[in-house]
Design a protein around this ligand. Sequence first.
Ligand SMILES: Cc1ncc(COP(=O)(O)O)c(C=O)c1O
Length: 428
Amino acid sequence: MTTAGNLCRLRMGVPVATPIGLREWKVAAAACRTAKEARSAFEREMRDFLGVRWVRSTVSGRAALYLALVAMRRSIHRNEVVIPAFVCPSVGRAVLKAGLSPVLCDVGPTGSGLDPDDLRRKLSDRTLAVVTAHLFGFPVEVENISSLAHSAGAFVIEDAAQAFGAKIHGRRAGTSADVGIFSFGLSKVLWSFAGGALCSNNTALSAGLDDVLGEVQTPGWLREWQGTAKGALLSLLIRSHHLGPVAAIWNGALRGKHDCDDFPCELCASSTAALGRHMIQRFYEITSVRRGNAERYAAALAGLEGITIPKPDANCEPVYLRFPVIVRDIAIKRRILSQLGRAGINASEMYTRDSYQALNTFTAGAARCPSAEYLVDRMLNLPTHCYLTDAEMRSAIQIFRGILPTRAPDHVAGMVGNPAAVCATSME
Ligand SMILES: Cc1ncc(COP(=O)(O)O)c(C=O)c1O
């Protein structure tokens, strides 16, 4: 196994839990043999939901990214792809799999998006594409990134793997750039046992993508049934909140593939497509629970010293996949995480020094990205999912209050703004 593979193995935890019950499992199992129809129905549903011209479904988000890059490479002969330095190593792995070289770019202060000044330094006549990511369900502006990238002759890919359904300026995340990619993996907004998707409004590029997709297989029936059985098992395990064993299974024995490892590139399985279509219909119900939990955290933690709560951009409707908190003192962050862990609350670090180093091993030279380095050391994410109980939320809040002092009241507004405004998002 590679060094990067070893590093990625250290990541633990699945702090997001999409509710999947017997009804959902039946939808997936019934579709196991319907192949193409299930996939086209899922793609139609997504097209309507996203308000975009062209959508195709794949086996994972990383496969979607890989396919987008292959299609782009066929139209422009360049070999570098600028990717965020604060993202999962699977993004870098997809770039390598496409035979291209990842170049790390620093990120914005919340971790989402790219730092435009660093992007200017990283763009060159070798840049094929720029990937910008919307993390923890917080969409960010892509216009400025697109105009920089386009003026250098590069494509833009919006990685909306963690922000399916979020909106910015009334448009769904993933639909403003040349290509958007999505994931329906376990730790995503909508889990459908597996799956990913690509969308585009660019006619020439989507035609090229259809050519590339025409060369890709669908998973065989054995893999499809195995995936459905594995999903059913995990959907039971995640209900317990005590995700240690689940994480171990997911990261090791059952998942068998890691963020740094090579991955299969296939079209979406029909069971996954049928389940994905069903889950899109539950999007508002699932998201409103996450939003309510995030509002509660924002109000309860706003008056505490020593933390920054990333504020979503104005005019955006986040989907609060997780609730990010930046703890300015690294030792205090560790204390909070350890107490949350002991209380059975599966907070995550999202990305760590190890995952950052793993991304760096994919690049030609070691990049210095100060914002990403600050965040890998200091950010933690609280779970917002529907299996979180009232007692668990109270206990999470109590842990923060027990460790961090309270700010003077006039300081609070200046530091984090009005907590109600932070979370005030209109959902349809
Ligand atoms: C930001 C981001 N991009 C891409 C991916 C890859 O998605 P998948 O796991 O479906 O391959 C992930 C998943 O972890 C992600 O969080």
